[in-house]
Ligand binder design. Sequence first.
Ligand code: RIB
Ligand code: CA
Length: 314
Amino acid sequence: MTEPRKIIIDTDPGQDDAAAILLAFGSREELDVLGITTVAGNVPLSLTSRNARIVCELCDRRDVKVFAGADAPIKRKLVTAEHVHGKTGLDGPELPEPTMALQPGHAVDFIIETLRGEPEGTVTLCTLGPLTNIALAFQKAPDIVGRVRELVMMGGGFFEGGNITPAAEFNIYVDPEAADVVFRSGVPIVMMPLDVTHQLLTRKDRVARIAAIGTAPATAMVEMLEFFERFDIEKYGSDGGPLHDPTVVAYLLKPDLFQGRECNVEIEITSDLTVGMTVVDWWHVTDRKRNAKVMRHVDADGFFALLTERFARI
Ligand code: RIB
Ligand code: CA
């Protein structure tokens, strides 16, 4: 039996972030969550840090260390998404306020210390929100970049365009400078863009299978999804909304669910019209460095079967 893969989840919960965390918690044989680091994004840092602990306690995982990170992007004013996630960021279920404490110390220092303390190439960074914490860690401790096994991130879009502006996906748009630092760093990146996540709709039949699990975590997850999807159903007129963040954890568990290719990805940080755009050289029309494995296709039924099977294990 191989050792579980060591991961740090960097997140801005967010109902879809919660789904990713539940997927990790339901996969204890394969994944060892060294810690959860929170970042301002969907809602301000105080709420993402609250929400991460709510999710841990929902899954009876008070053992997991939660560290608060950056409360604002590197240089821009924070843009949040209460219109999607609700005023708490975790609207839907009625869940108790967390009683577990945040860990002392900053998330960026936890990321640095963990990467320096674990054997080189053994820690995977799973990012579900703006890349502020990661960029700050790379800037503060450049030596850790080469120690990262892989950075698997939800963010960006190319043929699918943007979701917060016509050109930009939310996680990148909130902190484009951070994304630029990360994509230029040389860290091995696997990118889950909207081109993939928009194929993963929380259709009624899929949500019903999660509801049939009947446990407290599964029931709360369904209530989160039913709240979270309403915005995108209205926007896209689809049967369910796209489930973004669990793609990151699903990739670690079943990479064959996804297909993509190594591409150059650069981040627009200057134009007001397209700031936050991930410019993906999918057709390799330039000789720019292929700095990311960009996913484009996914087995949606296989993805939801994995989620349902793992949620049931919590
Ligand atoms: O654009 C989708 C991403 O932005 C997801 O990570 C969602 O949680 C929000 O953070
Ligand atoms: Ca997120």
